[in-house]
Design a protein around this ligand. Structure first.
Ligand SMILES: *Cc1c(COP(=O)(O)O)cnc(C)c1O
Length: 393
């Protein structure tokens, strides 16, 4: 087995060697600016257009509807801020979800300081939006619904197609943050009534610092970054050619593997969930059992701190993540876990394990074996647990 076992694929993924191979030549050899006219530059123009085509094919979009950005956060910012700006004459109300990524939530909060009104829809105990609540939140001045395709912490998958349909029946633009979904579950912008969609390279075995925004033809949107005429005057800045090529290749490859990977990861995920819940008492699964990303496991353990679990796992060479406080740099536990109704102490005791293409069944078996003694050891040090056991006897 590897020295490092990486179970944090929702945080970022390793670049595929094939993707890295394709990117290499654009740094020292074919470094030309795609806007220049000589050969090493024109070739780069072709390479970026080829990547655009690869992305469009996966989304079922047209290549002229794909715009490169510096990642998921930029795509979310662009979509939300600039749709808000471009349609402000129609209204200033936006609907989003309480469990969105901060790239969406903090952007919406910023818009509130600029005179916009934002509805943060609650989710049910599994982290799924209530369609009736969405319908009743819609107002005459609602211009944008922005709801993520799949959640990065608890993996819950939203009924995107239905949400898009409701948006369109009401003449509202629909944006989805699909950073966790693209390449992992099927997404079709036409079938799902999506007007704008954010994606990011490093969540699908491509490089960091590159992403894309799908903008349906006919949608009016101001640029977020002003400058040169790149990306058809909508997103200035000399193209990140290597990154763009890497993203295109990564998305093509992950899409090819998707049917088998979906099956394989769902099997490993369920084995991991069952193995942990069966072997560790006072634990619960966060998120929906089936409507969840194939690689996502998120479990809360009573009487322990997520941080401490991570430290002990790290000593075993296992990389994971937690909805607990310090890792996120704030005192509050994850807003997602609080939104699904977990009390603070249970949210603090959560562990997220996200599987990806490099994980094996052997690694899953290893963590199923290693985790129970770690939780036991931490509980033995916990005064709360001691108290709980005393009261039980
Ligand atoms: C990672 C992530 C982002 C941010 O993407 P970056 O490319 O890191 O900026 C946005 N939304 C979701 C759901 C994510 O998981």
């Amino acid at each position: 087995m590897k020295d490092i076992i990486y179970f944090d694929n929702a945080a970022t993924t390793a670049v595929r060697p094939e993707v890295f191979e394709k990117m290499k030549r654009y740094f020292c050899d074919n470094f030309g600016n795609p806007s220049s006219i000589y050969k090493i530059a024109r070739e780069n123009k072709n390479s970026t257009e080829n990547a655009r085509e690869q992305i469009a094919r996966v989304l079922n979009a047209d290549k002229n509807e794909i715009y490169f950005t510096a990642g998921g956060s930029e795509s979310d910012n662009w979509a939300i801020k600039c749709i808000a700006e471009s349609y402000s004459n129609k209204g200033k109300h936006i609907i989003t979800l309480s469990i969105e990524h901060h790239a969406v939530l903090h952007t919406c909060q910023y818009l509130e300081t600029k005179g916009y009104d934002v509805t943060y829809l609650p989710v049910d105990e599994y982290g799924i939006v209530d369609i009736d609540k969405l319908k009743s939140a819609i107002r005459d001045d609602t211009i944008l619904i922005t709801i993520m395709a799949a959640n990065n912490e608890i993996g819950s998958i939203q009924p995107i197609e239905e949400i898009g349909k409701i948006a369109h029946e009401n003449g509202i633009i629909f944006h989805t943050d699909a950073v966790q979904a693209i390449g992992h579950i099927p997404i079709d912008v036409k079938k799902m009534n999506i007007d704008l969609l954010s994606l990011s390279g490093h969540k699908l075995y491509g490089p960091k610092g590159i992403g894309a925004l799908y903008i349906k033809k006919g949608i009016k949107i101001n640029p977020l970054i002003h400058g040169g005429a790149q990306e058809r005057n909508r997103r200035a800045g000399t193209e990140n050619v290597a990154g763009i090529v890497g993203l295109g290749e990564a998305i093509r490859l992950i899409n090819e593997d998707m049917p088998e990977e979906l099956k394989r990861l769902t099997y490993l995920r369920d084995k991991l969930i069952d193995g942990i819940l069966k072997n560790i008492p006072y634990s619960r699964l966060n998120g929906h059992r089936e409507k969840r990303l194939p690689g996502n496991v998120n479990i809360s353990f009573e009487f322990v701190e997520g941080e401490s679990i991570l430290l002990l796992l790290d000593m075993k060479g296992i990389c994971a993540s937690s909805g607990s406080a310090c890792t996120s740099g704030s005192l509050d536990p994850s807003h997602v876990l609080l939104s699904i109704g977990l009390p603070h102490e249970k949210a603090h005791g959560s562990l997220r394990l996200t599987l990806g293409r490099n994980n094996t069944e052997e690694e899953v078996d290893y963590i199923i074996k290693e985790l129970p003694p770690i939780i036991n050891r931490l509980r033995e040090m916990s005064p709360l647990y001691e108290e709980f056991i005393k009261n039980k006897i």
